[in-house]
Ligand binder design. Structure first.
Ligand code: ASP
Length: 354
């Protein structure tokens, strides 16, 4: 990893210190004539395009991934790498900003919220819809405001000591956010949890919804195991028995996020319910998440979800699919028995579900 130091404007003897972790994404991309597409590029061009960064009155250092990624190539090993970088630098820095592609940012934010146990400092992910070298880019505002939020303190304590996504004026809890827009600048939403801050002329914090800073925190613990033997299965009218059976019989499969309709409903065809029951008996864990962005799963409300409840499908309540699949990977990675995994899934651990 390479480190860049950005000269700050601070006159303080002990300025706030922010570490930026640059992983890639559109924010730093340039056009590549060979592949005829956008590709991630060296961090060095970013400060050239962003002279404002030198005007901040806190210290900013940047660590860059060697292999810069379009976030579609992001994998659990990269989440763990980011978590370890945060752990290694936790005592030297007051907060962290992660520059990341938007495509899988919500997955990374969710995963980090579980992997960084006892986090008590801000970790703000941001990126852009247009590269920083483009005249109408959104990268500058996103990056500068994410830095300001990361550095923001009240009574010498960070205001937002949790994993968040900052994008297009909104600060969202990371494990509640979803990418819902690929063309307009408002790429992220958080349908089931209030916005944590809104940046206009001032940055207005929504204090009641922000995790509280702990004066006597437990030491940061980084989890390094996630289990990738999982799948997201989105139901659709007409899904066939052969599709279901082939998914349920994948060798080594341990967990399924079942994206159901509405309040957690699924077909009541005997072949479907029998297949789910057989898979559960084999030890596969089912986590029921709604295809709707807003609202929640209420198993048992309709007859079409009663059997799921009876046979032990775990309700995902109002969790997003991104937060659910990463939670399932994290919980299975704890190498514990299925009952404990289910208990982890049911319990809100870092504000990912109500
Ligand atoms: N494909 C890009 C990525 O996720 C999109 C972006 O950054 O906005 O890395």
């Amino acid at each position: 990893m390479q480190i860049y130091k950005i000269k700050s404007n601070s006159t303080q003897t002990n300025p706030v210190r922010v570490l930026v972790i640059y992983t890639g994404g559109t924010l730093g991309m340039v056009w590549d004539n060979q592949s005829n597409g956008l590709v991630p590029f060296d961090f060095a061009q970013i400060p050239d395009n962003l002279p404002e960064i030198k005007r901040l009155n806190f210290e900013v250092n940047v660590l860059t991934f060697k292999d810069l990624l379009d976030s579609s190539n992001m994998k659990p090993e990269h989440w763990i790498r980011m978590a370890k970088v945060i752990k290694e630098n936790y005592n030297q820095y007051d907060s962290f900003v992660i520059l990341h592609g938007t495509d899988t940012m919500a997955y990374t934010a969710s995963a980090l919220s579980y992997l960084l146990e006892n986090l008590n400092k801000p970790v703000i992910l941001t990126g852009a819809q247009l590269p920083i070298g483009v005249a109408r880019t959104d990268a500058k505002e996103n990056f500068i405001t994410a830095l300001e939020i990361a550095a923001a303190q009240q009574n010498h304590h960070p205001i937002v000591p949790e994993v968040c996504i900052y994008f297009n004026s909104l600060l969202l809890r990371g494990n509640r956010a979803r990418k819902h827009e690929s063309v307009q600048f408002n790429a992220f939403e958080s349908e089931n949890y209030p916005v944590l801050a809104e940046a206009g002329v001032n940055i207005e914090y929504n204090f009641p919804y922000i995790r509280h800073y702990k004066s006597h925190p437990l030491p940061l613990e980084v989890h390094e195991n996630v289990d990738e033997n999982v799948v997201i299965l989105k139901l659709f009218p007409g899904i066939s028995a052969s599709v279901i059976e082939s998914i349920f019989s994948i060798e080594g499969l341990r967990g399924i996020v079942l994206e159901t309709y509405g309040a957690g409903n699924a077909p009541t065809d005997a072949w479907f319910l029998e297949a789910v029951k057989k898979a559960i008996d084999k030890g596969i864990i089912f986590f029921n998440v709604s295809q709707c962005n807003g609202g929640k799963v209420t198993q048992g409300r309709y007859q079409t979800s009663q059997y799921l409840q009876e046979i032990g499908v775990v309700s995902g309540n109002d969790i997003t699919a991104e937060a659910a699949i990463t939670k399932l990977m994290f919980a299975l990675g704890q190498r514990t028995d299925n009952e404990k995994v289910k208990k982890i899934l049911k319990t809100p651990i870092v504000g990912e579900m109500s």
